[in-house]
Ligand binder design. Structure first.
Ligand SMILES: [Zn+2]
Length: 348
């Protein structure tokens, strides 16, 4: 099969458009003929490599993908008849639980004791085929676009688990989202609006903020014009502060803590800035703040949010599509934050 793979860590130049053996589905697995893959910043972080990352090279990046079931592993496992069949259109849940630990048995795959993310430590979706357990698949309606489905899978479950389950965001609350263009941020704007919250977005420039407004943001703060954007947020809430902040940057935590009201919640699912930074903990105890981390979602939440996607209640924001062979260009666009919403790869 055709893939994008790398044999060593490094910049975009290590990505090769190359042949790789098509995987064989094991019992309980399906072989999926991918038609679209979507990019996440994690793809680039894995390509760059970090201390302690262990993966088998060559590695195929990509967490998100959608396509058709090409074959099922044999023999079929008990109860598989109710699952997918050859030819079904599916989107992948990249959140790989072991299926056996106490958390997986309780349906909390994202707390799995032997947790993996597709494309991070397991070969992923920048390829014509991938083999995965059938439980990772969500069946798509016949008319639903593969690119939109692939674009939705990782970021919407992430935003949903963070805002709904961890953050307990309620109707009438004010939610601040730090960053306008990233996939999780655009999904978070939509999920927060869906929950009935007022949404403030802090963005790097006027164009991205305009786009944030077009998908539902109620108030905008241009950080290129503000020395301390937490003050602007404070003023935008009549000096009350926001109920919750979605901050996946990391290095902006101090500003986010300042922008929160007393008793507010800081939600985070990533570190697009840097993983290490200083916090003044007086803000946390004196303001009764909570910092809530999470990653991905439970299996039930993935289904819940994908049901809303296919019903059109939440609509993935699509940036640009590249042919599979141009994955390096696509990753450059993402890494330089030139995108607004999701970048996808077209797999012919
Ligand atoms: Zn597990």
């Amino acid at each position: 099969m055709k893939t994008i793979l790398f044999r060593q860590h490094g910049g975009p130049e290590v990505l090769e458009y190359a042949d790789f053996p098509t995987p064989e589905p094991k019992p309980g697995e399906a072989l999926i003929r991918l038609r679209a893959a979507a990019l996440n910043r994690m793809d680039v972080m894995v390509r760059n490599g970090w201390a302690g990352l262990k993966l088998e090279l060559p590695h195929i990046p990509g967490a998100d993908g959608a396509g058709e079931v090409a074959a099922l592993g044999s023999p079929l496992l008990k109860g598989e008849g109710s699952g997918v069949r050859s030819g079904d259109r599916v989107v992948i849940n990249p959140n790989l639980g072991c299926g056996q630990c106490e958390f997986c048995l309780a349906g909390k795959d994202n707390l799995c004791l032997d947790w993996h993310l597709l494309g991070e430590t397991v070969r992923g979706t920048y390829a014509e085929f991938v083999a995965l357990p059938i439980k990772q698949l969500y069946k798509l309606p016949n008319d639903f676009d593969f690119h939109q489905a692939a674009a939705a899978a990782l970021v919407y479950q992430t935003a949903w688990h963070s805002l709904v389950t961890r953050g307990q965001v309620r109707e009438g609350e004010t939610v601040l989202i730090v960053g306008a263009g990233g996939g999780v941020n655009t999904a978070s704007v939509q999920v927060a609006k869906y929950l009935g919250a007022r949404v403030i977005v802090v963005g790097s420039n006027a164009k991205k903020l305009e786009l944030a407004e077009s998908i539902g943001a109620d108030a905008l703060v241009d950080r290129s014009k503000e020395e301390d954007w937490s003050k602007a947020v404070f003023l935008a809430t009549n000096k009350r502060g926001v109920d919750a902040v979605v901050d996946n940057v990391g290095t902006t935590f101090m500003l986010s803590l300042r922008a929160l009201r007393k008793g507010g919640r800081l939600l985070t699912v990533g570190n697009s800035g840097s993983p290490k930074f200083e916090i003044d903990n007086r803000y946390i105890f004196a303001k009764h703040l909570s910092i809530l981390g999470s990653t991905m979602s439970t299996r039930a939440e993935f289904k819940e949010v994908m049901d809303l996607i296919v019903a059109g209640k939440l609509q993935p924001v699509m940036d640009k599509t590249y042919p599979l062979k141009d994955a390096a260009l696509a990753q450059e666009r993402l890494w330089k934050n030139e995108n607004f919403g999701k970048i996808t790869l077209d797999i012919q």
